[in-house]
Design a protein around this ligand. Structure first.
Ligand code: SF4
Length: 317
């Protein structure tokens, strides 16, 4: 959910009137994304992998990674048994590499503290590395069938529009959206209700050009009734992606993934575009702090494994 702002104004919410359950579920039965791999399993480990991969990454992009990951490591035991470097290599091209570390560490915690089974309790889920409130709710709902609201950016946008009368959720308080989402949960089958709202946001109530004419919420949608007023202009960074620290750090990891032996700092720097060479030391220190690289005899390398020993797919950065 979008971050809160102190200037957020409470809208006149009318969630129950704006989100008619019968129409929403009829639309979901006909048009929902029932065939997504992680919708066809209740295995909490598989659902956890899918949710961590979906953080910051679109479905079509992560799908081959999800399948490859589960084919290699179908359970926490098989994942925890391989060096962390293998998990980081398998993540190449997905971005936000800390997620690979989190999944690897989570597998270890599951084995050490939960007998090898992903726990169902929300507090135990949130204690796993990389699992916050959203991911714990998603695993709780989608794997364990718990009656808990799952509010991703798609759901937040649907509720902001239909019930809040806003173009998007950016200026709204996340807690308020979550409260409204919770108030809408049916007594039975909250899992499908959550999935229906998610799919509606992904397929119909899209961020750009929502398909209101085919939306099951159109009769009660507050934003549509108000004439679809635009969102206030957002302040956006103008720096090109190739100039960002995120890009530079990704390039460093890409170089070390492909290396067959530890590399000296100068060697890593020689493989980077010029603007990033002078930031190299700060990239390496930050990546080291986050556990993504390590420095030992011979230089820099991925943690916990010999360089170039994996049969993982080549980096896709
Ligand atoms: S009517 Fe349009 S804006 Fe309202 S919920 Fe449906 S798609 Fe979104």
């Amino acid at each position: 959910v979008a971050s809160a702002t102190s200037a957020a104004v409470e809208p006149p919410w009318s969630a129950e009137a704006s989100v008619p359950r019968h129409e929403l579920m009829a639309w979901y039965r006909a048009h929902g994304r029932h065939d997504l791999d992680w919708r066809r399993t209740r295995d909490p480990y598989a659902v956890l992998v899918s949710e961590v991969m979906l953080q910051q990454t679109q479905v079509q992009r992560m799908l081959p990674y999800y399948r490859d990951w589960l084919a290699r490591w179908p359970d926490p035991q098989s994942l925890a048994a391989v060096p962390l470097a293998d998990a980081i290599r398998a993540w190449a091209g997905l971005g936000y590499n800390r997620r690979a570390i989190h999944l690897h560490r989570a597998a270890t915690v599951v084995i050490e503290r939960h007998g090898g089974v992903v726990p169902a309790s929300p507090s135990a889920l949130r204690a796993l590395p990389g699992v916050g409130w959203y991911t714990a709710a998603a695993v709780g709902s989608f794997a364990f069938g718990q009656r808990v609201a799952v509010v991703d950016t798609n759901v937040a946008r649907v509720l902001a529009r239909a019930a809040g009368g806003r173009a998007d959720a950016h200026a709204l308080l996340p807690r308020r959206i979550e409260e409204e989402a919770a108030s809408l949960l049916p007594a039975q089958n909250a899992r499908d209700h959550n999935l229906a709202l998610m799919d509606l946001g992904a397929l119909v109530c899209r961020a750009r050009s929502p398909a209101c004419a085919s939306c099951p919420l159109q009769a009660g949608c507050a934003w549509l009734a108000a004439g679809c007023p635009p969102a206030p202009p957002a302040l956006r960074a103008t720096e090109p992606f190739e100039a960002t620290r995120r890009y530079g750090r990704g390039r460093v990891l890409s170089v070390l993934r492909a290396a067959t032996a530890p590399m000296a700092e100068a060697e890593v720097g020689a493989a980077l575009p010029a603007p990033h060479q002078e930031r190299l030391e700060s990239y390496l220190r930050a990546l080291e702090r986050e556990g993504l690289v390590e420095h030992g005899a011979g230089g820099w390398r991925l943690p916990g494994g010999a360089q170039g020993s994996s049969s993982m797919a080549s980096p896709k950065l």
